[in-house]
Each structure stands twice: as C-alpha cells, then as structure tokens.
Ligand binder design. Structure first.
Ligand SMILES: *Cc1c(COP(=O)(O)O)cnc(C)c1O
Length: 394
C-alpha cells in the first residue's frame, strides 16, 4: 500500500481523490486488495462493471478476440463493430452509430453532430441548451457543456452553450432562439449527486424540441445500458431522443463510447468525424457480449426490481438517521444526501468494514453496484452504510 501510494504521489498527476486501498483482483460483486481483504463493490468502476468483475463470458470474449484481431482501424471493415452497431440500433430504436473510446468523446460527437446539423438544416444555428449541474466529460467542449467547478480552471472554453436550471422545461422554452440547434440533457444527473428530475420533464422537453424544430439529445453515459432499470433511461418515460450518447457500462468495464442518431439528423459525411481506436474489434466484442448477456438474462428488468428493493432499504435508513437529508435514485443508481459535508468520512468508515462506496459530492454518497448484485448483497451493503453513518453521527 505505502509503496504504491508513494509512487502515485511522486509520479501521477495529482488529480484523483483516491481511497486508501490498492485493488488487485475482482470476482462478481467483490474486489480484493493486496492483502487479500475482500470488499463488496458498490461503485463498479463508476457504473461501468455491469456484469460484475471477471464475468466468464466477457473474459473469454476479450481473450479470444485479442488472439484473433485487436485493432486495424476504420480504414477496413471489421465484424464485431458492425454486429454491435446493428444490436445497439435495434435496442435504442435509432439508426446510426459512431464508436469512440469514452463518454466525453461520445458527447463531443453529439455536440459536433448538432453543430453540423444546425449549419445545414437550421440556417447556421449552433447553440446548445444545457443544464445547471450537468456533467458531460472533460474535453474542452464537454467541459463547456457541463460548466461549474470542473470548467473554471480551463477558460476560455468553446462558446455556444446556454445554461438553464435542470428540471425546468419553461426555462428551456425561454432560452430557445433561432440560434438554438439542440438541447442536451442527462436523464438523471449522476455526477451532480444523482439528481432525478420531475417525471414529466423529459417528455415535455422532447415535445418542445419537436415543436421548435431542434434536436433533443440525451447523455446516457451513466444512466444507459440497464443502469436505471431499462436499457435506456428514456424508455422509462417514453422520451426517445434524436441523438444519444452512451459509454460507461456499454462493454462491462472495457473502455468504449458511442453516439447514435436517427436517420433524419444523421448529417455527418465522409471526413466529418473519426477515431483511430474507435470501434476496434476488441472493445466492440466486449460490448457485444455484454449487451447479449444483458438481453438474454433480462438484466434491465431485474435492475428495476432490485432498484425498488434498494430504494426501500434506503428510505428506511433515511427515516432512522437524522444525518440523512434525502435518498434518491432509480434502478441501481442512488445517492444518500447528508445534512453535513461528511460523505468522505462515511465512505472511509464503510471501506474499513469491507464495502466500497463513492462520495460523489461532499455531502452525498453514491451507490452504483454491478447490475448482477443480489438482494442479500444489497442488504448487507446498506447495513454497513448504516453503521458508517451511525459512526459519523457520533
Ligand atoms: C462519466 C460521464 C461522462 C464522461 O465519461 P468519460 O468516459 O469519463 O469521458 C459524460 N457524461 C456523463 C453523464 C457521465 O456520467
């Protein structure tokens, strides 16, 4: 532990706030540290490791694809990419996809698509309406879309983003002008502390976008691929977007991102966009196996069920602990908001008892386990969280 901590301190950019544990192995919903201590993983690599650690089908697919063909670039046709494109379009109801390597790149692609669409279809409109508290990634354009403290050190940022309060459809209507090309939103704001908007928000925004003739774009990098109890969170409120970004859970922990669009707005042409590694056979095979497993085992609907179970446990916890202000979430993406900025102490106390949690905000603990977690494991995780909260309450 000490040696690795020292190397990190000396050689790694000091940008991450890491918990004091070195993880070396994972299996199912558990990970192990150097000393062989076991932890229940309620973080899942930030909502990525959907099928759990070292899922046999995923491990086998990655190993066999690595032996066969890992990367050749998009100068050629490769089969896993096209099979994945087909499946992802089928699942989302959208027509075209572009594969990249991360969530930020996926959203960056959506932004470029909206810019091009505005240029050719809406008299040069280029503005994108975004929400306060949003998080869309760490590239300059996605920082500009997200705003807040993540963006401040890096100004000047690319222009063209108009910010309105989250959850307020009237604010979007007021902000819409002839310069508006699109609205870009998260169905639930994960990084902002799992903020769930009013139920009719997305349907109303979608209706407004149709009426105003602008693109309705959703960033489902965190909420998508089963996390909220459906393949995509927009399916929970019947609000399919024109443009969609996904990443995190897409390949069960292997890096990949994608953006999709309906045919009517798929305006990108040869030369408009590209990515050297994007859509490589290895990442696409990992995603293909992850998605097929999710479909075959009906994982999204199981997540909906587990989400109701977890939500119940967390409500009970909230009702007996004065330190808890509120719990909120959907499926297997939840946060416990505290009345004081002590989320880190709570997470450290849980770590000592063998449970990994995430202090997503100074006053909020986020829970986002592998989607294959059992109710028994959830119950034990919440029990440990409860003890950790009691300890911090004093
Ligand atoms: C994590 C996240 C991103 C950025 O994904 P990276 O893979 O870290 O680039 C973008 N949008 C949302 C909603 C996210 O949760």
């Amino acid at each position: 532990m000490g040696r690795w901590q020292e190397l990190e301190r000396r050689h790694y950019f000091q940008v991450a706030r890491r918990l004091p544990v070195v993880l070396v192995r994972g299996e199912g919903c558990y990970v192990y540290d150097e000393e062989g201590r076991r932890y229940l993983d309620l973080v899942a690599g930030i909502a990525c490791v959907s099928l759990g650690h070292s899922h046999p089908a995923l491990v086998e697919a990655i190993a066999s694809q690595a032996r066969e063909l890992m990367h050749v670039s998009n100068l050629f046709y490769t089969i896993p990419q096209l099979e994945l494109a087909h499946l992802l379009c089928e699942l989302s109801g959208l027509d075209r996809v572009f594969f990249c390597n991360s969530g930020a790149e996926a959203v960056e692609g959506c932004i470029k698509l909206a810019r091009k669409w505005g240029k050719v279809r809406r008299q040069g409109a280029y503005e994108i309406i975004v929400a306060e508290g949003a998080f869309h990634g760490r590239t300059l354009a996605t920082l500009a879309a997200g705003g807040g403290h993540y963006a401040e050190p890096f100004t000047p940022l690319p222009p063209g983003f108009v910010r309105v309060p989250y959850g307020d459809v009237e604010a979007i209507k007021r902000a819409t002008t002839p310069l508006t090309a699109a609205v870009l939103l998260e169905p639930i704001q994960g990084e902002n502390g799992v903020i769930v908007p009013p139920e009719d928000y997305l349907p109303q925004v979608r209706e407004w976008c149709q009426q105003a003739g602008i693109l309705f774009m959703l960033d489902e990098v965190q909420t998508g691929l089963g996390r909220c109890g459906a393949f995509f969170a927009y399916q929970l409120c019947q609000s399919p977007p024109d443009v969609l970004a996904v990443a995190k859970g897409l390949a069960g922990g292997f890096p990949i991102g994608a953006f999709l669009a309906g045919e009517q707005c798929a305006v990108l042409e040869p030369g408009d966009h590209g990515s050297t590694f994007g859509g490589n056979p290895l990442a696409c095979r990992a995603a293909l196996v992850t998605l097929r497993t999710m479909v075959e085992e009906g994982i999204p609907s199981q997540v909906a069920q587990k989400g109701r179970f977890l939500g119940g446990l967390l409500q009970d916890l909230a009702s007996c602990h004065p330190l808890v202000k509120e719990v909120r979430g959907k499926g297997l993406l939840w946060a416990v908001e505290l009345k004081r900025d002590v989320a880190q102490q709570v997470v450290l106390a849980a770590l000592k008892e063998g449970v990994l949690l995430n202090n997503v905000r100074p006053n909020a603990v986020r829970i986002m386990p592998p989607l294959v977690i059992s109710e028994e494991e959830l119950a034990w995780g919440v029990e440990v969280l409860e003890r950790a909260i009691s300890q911090v309450e004093g």
